[in-house]
Design a protein around this ligand. Structure first.
Ligand code: ADP
Ligand code: MG
Length: 340
């Protein structure tokens, strides 16, 4: 018999998309933090239970969501951030796909509590497994938004089985918060786990934030780097060759404020250190590249941690030279010994 073609229901589409957007609790943390930042938050509190597997609650003091629009926030492909394809080409916000909250809501019990400066109280919406429960209702809370995600994958047991231990998931969540916190030292962050504060980074400058997150070892060995060439500019800190590590676990790179993993940049870093580091030793770096948004595509993958440069070769050459230059002028003599 010939099979029948039928359009899938919206919730199912979101659940399928959730496979890409919501890989694990850390992906929820990333999406919700990015929304808080796009909303102009100055202080963000992250509360996790059991590594985020049981609960992820993120409170911001951003501009909130108008209660008349609250139901749209959890609708697939609904966004306040772009309106046209040309907006996408020069997008400045971290989000723009309008699918994160819908995806998260389709595989968890999600509530949004939000209040704008014009409201005299907060409003709340509850969505369980993609189904809205009741109406948008009055609630209490200060200006800003709290997104509360409970029981991730409660309705997709096969995916729930892929969750690792709370310790492992917590580690991934913390990695995400560290990356985002490094990109925005002007925002204060507090992280709670199972009812206890585990990290608190107050708003400050980039040096303070780098010290808070990368610690003493990097503080003692870091060289400041600043370089501009045409549409490219690179700023940040790199470690002297004397303070290398066995793993590349302290390398943070950002493109236009977004944490990314990019082969071009990673290769440029490795090449620049090639002559000064032993074998597999890895430098520590916090590098922030600014580039004309027209020359980079961030819409490569739903998680947006990959980018595509229009002129990868030029970016490689620029990053490589900037690091090499900083190492030779600021790094003192070139030493082949390394310690950790
Ligand atoms: P995107 O960020 O790609 O637009 P999301 O699904 O992450 O899509 O969010 C949908 C919409 O909900 C956003 O465009 C924004 O208008 C609103 N929103 C989400 N989180 C917040 C927040 N913390 N503060 C204010 N508005 C928010
Ligand atoms: Mg978003």
């Amino acid at each position: 018999m010939r099979p029948v073609i039928a359009a899938l229901p919206d919730t199912l589409i979101s659940q399928i998309a959730a496979g890409e957007v919501v890989e694990r609790p850390a992906s929820v943390v990333k999406e919700v933090l990015e929304n808080a930042i796009d909303a102009g938050a100055q202080a963000i509190t992250i509360r996790l239970e059991e590594g985020g597997c049981q609960r992820i609650s993120i409170q911001d003091d951003g501009f909130g969501i108008a209660h008349q629009q609250l139901h749209l926030a959890v609708l697939r492909h609904a966004t306040s951030k772009i309106k046209s394809l040309s907006d996408l080409e020069s997008v400045a916000s971290l989000g723009f796909r309008g699918e994160a909250l819908a995806s998260i809501a389709s595989v968890s019990r999600l509530s949004i509590t939000t209040r704008t400066a014009e409201d005299d109280h907060a409003w709340q919406i509850q969505v369980n497994g993609g189904e809205t429960v009741g109406d948008v209702s009055p609630s209490s809370g200060s200006v800003g938004t709290t997104i509360d995600v409970q029981d991730l994958y409660f309705n997709t047991p096969a995916r729930r089985k892929f969750l690792k231990s709370a310790t492992t998931e917590l580690g991934h969540c913390l990695d995400v918060v560290r990356r985002i916190a490094l990109s925005r030292p002007d925002i204060g962050f507090a992280i709670w786990h199972n009812g206890k504060v585990i990290e608190r980074w107050s708003a400050g400058n980039i040096e303070q934030r780098v010290d808070a997150i990368l610690g003493q070892e990097f503080h003692e060995s870091r060289i400041a780097l600043e370089s501009t060439s045409g549409v490219l500019s690179l700023r940040g800190f790199i470690s002297k060759p004397t303070a290398s590590r066995a793993r590349a676990d302290q390398q943070y790179s950002f493109v236009n404020g977004r944490f990314i993993r990019d082969k071009v940049i990673q290769h440029a870093i490795r090449s620049a250190y090639q002559d000064v580091l032993h074998g597999d030793r890895q430098p520590m770096v916090v590098l922030s590249l600014e580039i004309d948004p027209q020359l980079v595509d961030v819409n490569v993958h739903p998680a947006k941690t990959e980018v595509r440069f229009r002129e990868g070769g030029a970016v490689h050459q620029f990053v490589y030279k900037a690091i090499q230059n900083a190492l030779s002028t600021g790094g003192g003599e070139r030493i082949h010994e390394s310690t950790e």
